[in-house]
Ligand binder design. Sequence first.
Ligand code: PLP
Length: 452
Amino acid sequence: LDVVRAVEPRIAAAIGQEIDDQRASLKLIASENYASPAVLLTMGNWLSDKYAEGTAGRRFYAGCRNVDTVETVAAEHARALFGADHAYVQPHSGIDANLTAFWAVLSQRVESPALERAKVRNVNDLTEADWAELRRELGNQRMLGMSLDTGGHLTHGFRPNISGKMFDQRSYGTDPATGLIDYDALRATAREFRPLILVAGYSAYPRRIDFRRMREIADEVGATLMVDMAHFAGLVAGKVFTGDEDPVAHAHIVTTTTHKSLRGPRGGMVLCAEELAEHVDRGCPLVLGGPLPHVMAAKAVAFAEARRPEFRDYAQRVVDNARALAEGLLRRGGTLVTGGTDNHLVLVDVSGHGLTGRQAEAALLDSGIVTNRNSVPGDPNGAWYTSGVRIGTPALTTRGLGTAEMDGIAGLIDTVLRAATPATTAAGTPSRAQYVLDPAVAEGVAERAADL
Ligand code: PLP
């Protein structure tokens, strides 16, 4: 840090503080993890300085032989890890991976001279006239994805994201009685709507998905099945999700982030069948800029780590820990969406405590427990305040915590949720944002959390 401090001390201080904060609190955000020192170190080097648009062996820049090695090795590990025909390791994030996949499917399935022309240009260089033509040729393609409030992601067709602007979108949700995906209802919607793309995958659904069933539905209506496994890629890599639960075995195209349960660097990736490969490989320059060679290198290191037998053990412990946490919360009277979990996350409905998700998130943070607020199905408090808190076990499992500690953590969470109450606004009504928590309770919990 001394090297950084000599240039910009505030950044060195923020890095140091981040390490202290992460050490002093319990990281229970379901999408976060701790990458290994090998992964972190692979990102801080000279590969970062290189431009390498194109793909290995077919670059738009000279001097790319080392980046070619990096990209080839990363893709080789990815294919072996997931049993995929083809891997594209350039996307800079999960959103980029999804955008690449959407355009790849459009490019494969829809006749569009405008898209052919756009493929050789950067998306930022397209003029209004180009966009108008693209919309005319590609417009009204349909996407069916999981609704945001039942656990889907913004990129699965929601208005604030470009996916909601590109596609005529419809959502499927969960059964209000069980909180589980209702495959019969989903099939009926798909038969009526006939989407070009059926998207499966989630950010906040605490259960597994039957991808074989999803593929049957997609085939029945002529849709391309795209699975976004950003959250649970580590459980696929670690062979906890196999058979009908293995997305790579059933989907036409699979996208993921590399930094959540997979424990790699921040980034994205697309896996696909051979017939989509040439379309996926055009991600740059269609929607991506130059690849990040240092991050692709770190992906290769992370995938190599995930191919080791220890990673299977890790993935199983992630799931065992989530179950132990869920059981601990249920035993203390907590309310969980779907009544439990069989993946890496638990979604707690905090409305029974008289709290919004935002209040619960803040009260837990003040007590050294880092989670994030999240909508529950049909949430009356909307996406900003919410009524839920999402809790995940990938990071603490990396730190070596086990099921006994998870029960202890359930106790700490329960203590905070019971002790916190909504504050009163100036107008005398209960606030949806502010809360009151006895500092002695917060301090006591924070001390016990730091001891774990
Ligand atoms: N897809 C899913 C299911 C996600 O949960 C997320 C991130 O939370 C993303 C995509 C986007 O990933 P990124 O933040 O790397 O763009």
